[in-house]
Design a protein around this ligand. Structure first.
Ligand code: FA5
Length: 340
């Protein structure tokens, strides 16, 4: 029967051209062979000229041909889509777990030394304390025995915040007050942190720098205990004998007060910009806690006494690594930071 032959021919040529069709050509292929105005529909228009038996046979053949072509079309479509997706995944693949190839970051030298200092003092029984960088006048000055008109307030150029009751802490000594209020004596604390002063910068002065406060409160402590703790710390920290000298120093919150200087480890003594050509670096002001400070912290000076120190942490790091200018620390200069 010619009509059935036409259907078979159509089926074969449709299958052959399906093998060559890409995704973009698929819709065109469908319209051409199976669409409302496609070849199959066209052939089936001849059904009306057939006898009922022939019509039945040709109709069934056409039905099978349509089913086969539809199934082949779907299969081709799926395999093309999958291939397209595979190609896309291969080209856009990004491994989120692959290690970065830009090199590893590391801690800032001040952070490294802060952690080392915390370890050394923890071994000596000290607790690490923290305090806010924005402080009250009372914690930064008042309770540390600076009276309102005390000339010593001018020793530290303060950055005041709006309203003049809050300030950027000028030293970590504010943590002394907080510790006395928080902890039950006897106690030993060390409190590293950032301090701020409104001052001109040079090789050894920054407006933002680091100190580490220390305070030990007990009964019957003496200057000898203070010197012992300082020397123990400095010699473990520098892993060698460091030359130190004590000078009288004045701070309203200690009595007596001292300046502990270490011989400059950058130049070794003859003088350089870091030690202002004196051979010595002022590193560690310290002293015995003033009775007024104990009282302000709620401790009875007839029972408790103690010592305190305020280590210049930024300068300590400079000594450790022979850094000639304090301003490198906050410069964000990677060529400097990568050395540590
Ligand atoms: C104080 O800040 C006192 N609170 C220290 C203290 C604590 C004394 C406890 C007694 C008992 P001074 O202003 O000297 O003191 O600063 C202490 C250290 O901080 C200095 O020796 C120095 O190493 C460092 N320092 C001070 N100002 C700067 C600055 N602008 N830049 C870098 N380091 C600084």
């Amino acid at each position: 029967m010619p009509l059935i032959d036409d259907i078979s021919t159509l089926e074969q040529s449709a299958l052959a051209s399906l093998q060559d069709a890409d995704l973009a050509a698929l819709e065109g292929w469908y319209a051409k062979f199976l669409g409302k105005k496609g070849s199959l529909t066209e052939i089936l228009k001849g059904l009306k000229d057939l006898t009922p038996d022939e019509r039945k046979e040709a109709g069934s053949r056409a039905h099978h041909a349509r089913e086969k072509l539809e199934a082949s079309y779907q299969a081709r479509r799926q395999s093309l889509s999958r291939a397209q997706m595979d190609a896309r995944l291969a080209s856009e693949y990004w491994d989120a777990l692959r290690p970065l190839q830009t090199g590893h970051g590391h801690q800032h030298p001040i952070t490294q030394i802060t952690e080392e200092l915390e370890d050394l003092f923890t071994v000596m029984g000290f607790t690490v304390m923290d305090g806010p960088e924005v402080e009250t006048d009372a914690n930064n000055f008042g309770k540390l025995n600076f009276s309102d008109d005390h000339p010593a307030r001018d020793m530290q150029d303060t950055i005041w915040l709006k309203g003049e009751s809050a300030l950027m802490r000028t030293h970590t000594s504010s943590v002394q007050v907080r510790s006395m209020q928080l902890l039950k004596p006897p106690f030993r604390i060390v409190a590293p942190g950032r301090c701020f002063r409104f001052e001109e910068t040079d090789a050894s002065h920054e407006n933002t720098f680091y100190q580490a406060e220390g305070m030990m409160i007990d009964k019957d402590l003496s200057v000898a205990n203070l010197i012992h703790v300082m020397k123990t710390f400095l010699s473990s920290f520098f892993e060698r004998d460091v030359n130190v000298r004590l000078r009288p120093g004045f701070f309203p919150f200690v009595e007596p007060g001292f300046e502990l200087d270490i011989q400059c480890l950058v130049c070794g003594g003859p003088g350089c910009p870091v030690c202002k050509h004196s051979g010595w670096v002022e590193l560690l002001p310290c002293g015995m806690v003033h009775p007024n400070v104990l009282r302000a912290g709620g401790l009875d000076p007839n029972i408790w006494n103690g010592f305190a120190f305020g280590l210049g942490l930024s300068r300590l790091v400079m000594m450790r690594y022979a850094i000639e200018d304090i301003r490198h620390f906050l410069s964000g200069n990677l060529r400097f930071l990568e050395k540590f």
